[in-house]
Design a protein around this ligand. Structure first.
Ligand code: NAD
Ligand code: MG
Length: 385
């Protein structure tokens, strides 16, 4: 395998830092050529000094000078601001983008990388939730692969390798159920930020950890799967599997089911996406079938975790509805993280916003941007009340 030059958008996050661990462990296979961060200038500088990329971007423009100064003795180029993310995505110095920015902010740089014919290792699921049709159409036109990093989608992707044109009957997305599995609304109404931030199986960024607690994460993943694997909504089933050993499954037309399994560790899907079609040897801990362990499966509780029901509604409705839902959810989750609203208010805000913002069946990219802005404004107005 020739050395692959990786551009990590969101290098200071949970996915970004784990990707850099993978690169550090495999210096013969990967280099880091672009690193970007929104606010954490100290970590960005540290990463740049260690990996010596072509360039870095700090989103927060007030931190430009301090990053520039800290890297003055190196030849690392320093850029700042939102627009710079798209500009560096258009550069030629890399072979693959790892899209690891959180939220809607990841959409434009990813579209730019596709325009630039760069393969994508996609962690940023919101990109496909917001504008999946446009993103996948662009990838198709350019004949550029979008390889999932999200563990469930990586599992499905791995199950599909070698299946050629064999039809999928359905996919089964597994969900851990999050920290509040089995709880009811009378419990959830009192849930506080710090409790919701404790996920039983995965250590992740704050936004996705809250999404996992509300099950919105699984809803976003259903929509992500629709676009990645070209599925109809009815072909996507969610099953709660609290042990997170089976990362997802594909059922084919003959009824045969393939599953991808292992201990939960995001480094595996990250390195799989970066090295595809090769697998890389590693010493990550292995799952041991000789130890007593029970794998269990149950239906998700859509009455309690209504976010998942709303996401299923958005999945069926299509158009700009997932984009509206995502925008409202981003506003609601950040409000919850700042202790401005309660846990169950997240669902209320998402539902009210979905009912308010005008529906467009086949939006243009510009209309997706507008729907996102409109939904954010409306959701934010609900907090001030
Ligand atoms: P995180 O919050 O830990 O990191 C986010 C990164 O994006 C940081 O580097 C941050 O600087 C950058 N960022 C944040 N806001 C930005 C903005 N407005 N503009 C530009 N950059 C910005 O998040 P994470 O947990 O690493 O998740 C990243 C993405 O991967 C999310 O879309 C998440 O859903 C997805 N994902 C994460 C995991 C996981 O285990 N963490 C698993 C599956 C999928
Ligand atoms: Mg996932």
């Amino acid at each position: 395998m020739t050395q692959k030059r990786i551009a990590i958008f969101g290098s200071t996050g949970s996915i970004g830092t784990q990707a850099l661990d993978v690169i550090a462990s495999n210096p013969d296979k990967f280099t880091a050529e672009i690193l970007t961060a929104q606010t954490n200038d100290e970590l960005l500088v540290k990463q740049a000094l260690q990996f010596n990329p072509n360039c870095v971007v700090i989103g927060d423009e007030r931190k430009y000078q301090s990053v520039k100064q800290a890297l003055a003795s190196t030849d690392v180029k320093v850029f700042a601001g939102e627009q710079a993310l798209e500009e560096v995505a258009a550069m030629d110095c890399y072979d693959m983008m790892l899209a690891a920015i959180v939220g809607y902010a990841g959409l434009k740089p990813t579209l730019q990388a596709l325009s630039n014919s760069k393969p994508i290792a996609l962690a940023n699921k919101e990109t496909l939730v917001v504008a999946g049709d446009i993103v996948m159409q662009k990838a198709l036109e350019k004949r550029i692969p979008v390889i999932p990093v999200d563990s469930e989608h990586s599992a499905i992707f791995q199950c599909l390798v070698g299946e050629g044109r064999n039809k999928i009957e359905k996919i089964i997305l597994t969900a851990s159920g999050g920290p509040f599995l089995g709880k009811k609304p009378n419990f959830l109404v009192n849930v506080k930020r710090d409790h919701a931030l404790q996920h039983p199986n995965w250590s992740m960024g704050a936004k996705i950890t809250i999404d996992s607690a509300t099950l919105m994460n699984k809803g976003l993943e259903m929509i992500e799967a629709k676009w990645l694997f070209n599925l109809q909504p009815d072909q996507i089933q969610v099953v709660v599997h609290p042990q997170s050993i089976i990362h997802s499954m594909v059922q084919f037309e003959d009824g045969s089911i393939k599953a991808q399994m292992g201990l939960p560790d995001m480094k595996l899907p990250i390195q799989y996406a970066m090295a595809f079609p090769q697998r890389i040897a590693n010493d990550f801990p292995r799952y041991d079938f000789r130890k007593p362990n029970t794998l269990t499966f149950e239906e998700p509780d859509l009455k309690t975790f209504r976010n998942l029901a709303l996401a299923i509604e958005a999945l069926h409705k299509g158009g700009n509805m997932p984009c509206i839902m995502n925008a409202a959810n981003e506003i609601a989750v950040y409000a919850f993280l700042r202790n401005r609203i309660g846990f169950l208010d997240i669902t209320e805000m998402v539902e009210q916003t979905m009912n308010k913002v005008s529906f467009i069946e086949k939006p243009t990219l510009e209309e997706y941007f507008e729907s996102d802005a409109e939904a954010r404004n409306f959701a934010a107005s609900l907090i001030q009340m």
